[in-house]
Each structure stands twice: as C-alpha cells, then as structure tokens.
Design a protein around this ligand. Structure first.
Ligand SMILES: Nc1ncnc2c1ncn2[C@@H]1O[C@H](COP(=O)(O)OP(=O)(O)OP(=O)(O)O)[C@@H](O)[C@H]1O
Ligand SMILES: [Mg+2]
Length: 242
C-alpha cells in the first residue's frame, strides 16, 4: 500500500460489526455498529453500564473478535491476520488503558510502565529512563519501585495510563481512565491527553461516564443496548482546538 493511500484510510473502520456472547441465552453486546475514526480524531464513547463500551474497545484492539461484520485498522482487516501479526500490530500501534488496569503484579511501577518498550526490544536502561520521566509527569516519581499491591487504586490507574502512553501510540484506547481518580488528578490526566494530541496527533477512543472528560474529545457517541443511538460533535465556543 502506498503511503498516500494509508494516510487517506480511516485509522479505525467498523462495518456492520456485531458481537454476540453465549449460545443459549445470547447477549447481543454490540449490534450492527458502523464507525469510522480518522487519524488525530478524539472520540468519546458514553452509555449506561452493559451497553457495549468495553466490548467495542476489545474488538478494536483485537483482543476479541466480532461475530459478524468487518473491522479494519489502517485499512487492514484484523480477522485476516494471524494471532502473532495481530499481537504485533497491537504492540506497535495501540496503547490500551483497561477498566481493570491489568498491571503485572510481580513488576514494580517502573517495570510495568517500561514493559511496552521492552517488548519492542528497547534496552532496559533506556526503557526505564523513559518510564521514570513518564511517572514523574503523572506525579508518581516517588513510587517507581512499588509493586501494584503497594499502590492505591488511583495510583495503579495512573501507572496503567503511563504504560499506555509510554510509546506514544498512534491509537489510544482508554476505558474510564479517570473513573477512580479525584477530580484534580483526573484533570491532570485529561490535560496530559490534550498535550499528547497537540504534540503527536494521537487518535483517542475514550470511554467515559463523565461529560467533562468527554468534552476533551471532538465527537461523542452514545451506546445503548449495543447500538450507537446518538452521535454528536463537541461544541467548542472558547477554544479552537483544530
Ligand atoms: N465474556 C462475556 N460473556 C458473556 N457476556 C458478556 C461478556 N462480556 C460482556 N458481556 C455482556 O455484554 C454486554 C456489554 O458488556 P460491556 O462490558 O461491553 O459493557 P460496558 O458498556 O463496558 O459496561 P460498564 O460501563 O459497566 O463497563 C453486557 O451485557 C455484558 O454482560
Ligand atoms: Mg466497561
């Protein structure tokens, strides 16, 4: 594929994507979703508990597969890739902040944060140096040698965020990143995301229940019972972001 073509492709494209769970009493977690996200766009996903938000993120990062429909990342259909190729794509292109953090319990904060770089073959000393800079940025420079069970819930969440951002991924998927944080810390994380967007044109899919967090995005999708029931641009009266 030529560069020009790759850049014209939406970064994320879903065509008639559905995800059913179970075979007896089927749960239709997502139903016939059509969604296109271009590079540099920030999309908030809102909707009640159980409406399919985390399922959507899991499909886009290739941790789960649609039961119907087509899902493409940079024009490449995920279902056409081997498990290895999908894992590689995820490591190189996608930063993920999970609702449940998914930190490795035996690793310290700095080891957890540097992990994505280590998996890409960056030497330990360099990876950990960058991890320390990141930890400082999110206000955790005093906690670098703590393991997850020695940290508070909010601190764990910030570690998970630092880990997702360490390699400035082109696509960041964030599941309630500010959900367990006090409002000042949450604001700090949101302004970090704003900075990353300004500096690196990061593309963001942000699941949140918080309208103030959603206002950091360009577009808000509302899911209900696995369907997109509303889609609206974020009005910016004071600041012109783009
Ligand atoms: N592995 C699974 N097996 C069966 N059902 C599942 C599975 N994962 C999710 N579901 C169901 O799919 C629906 C959508 O779940 P999902 O986790 O996407 O919701 P959500 O919008 O992220 O909710 P929350 O705001 O509570 O995190 C729910 O009804 C859930 O019970
Ligand atoms: Mg969820």
């Amino acid at each position: 594929m030529t560069k020009a073509t790759a850049e014209n492709e939406p970064l994320v494209l879903l065509k008639n994507v559905s995800r059913d769970y179970g075979d007896g009493k089927t749960v239709h977690a997502l139903r016939d979703i059509n969604l296109s996200i271009v590079r540099g766009e920030r999309v908030a996903v809102m909707g009640p508990s159980g409406s399919g938000k985390s399922t959507l993120l899991n499909l886009i990062c290739g941790l789960d597969e649609p039961t119907a429909g087509v899902l493409k990342l940079e024009g490449i259909e995920l279902s056409g890739l081997s498990d290895d190729a999908r894992t590689r794509l995820r490591r190189e292109k996608i930063g993920m902040i999970f609702q449940t953090f998914n930190l490795l319990p035996t690793l310290t904060a700095v080891e957890n944060v540097s992990l994505p770089l280590r998996l890409q073959g960056v030497p330990r000393r360099i990876a950990e140096k960058r991890a320390r800079v990141m930890l400082e940025r999110i206000g955790l420079s005093e906690r670098t040698t703590h393991r997850p069970d020695e940290l508070s819930g909010g601190e764990r969440q910030r570690i998970a965020i630092a880990r997702a951002l360490i390699f400035q991924p082109p696509l960041l998927l964030a599941d309630e990143p500010t959900g367990n944080l006090d409002s000042a810390t949450g604001e700090g994380i949101l302004s970090l995301l704003d900075d990353l967007h300004r500096q690196f044109k990061i593309t963001l899919l942000l699941v949140t229940h918080n309208v103030l967090a959603a206002a950091h995005c360009d577009r808000i999708l509302t899911l209900r019972d696995g369907q997109i029931v509303k889609e609206e641009p974020v009005e910016r009266t004071k600041v012109k972001v783009r």
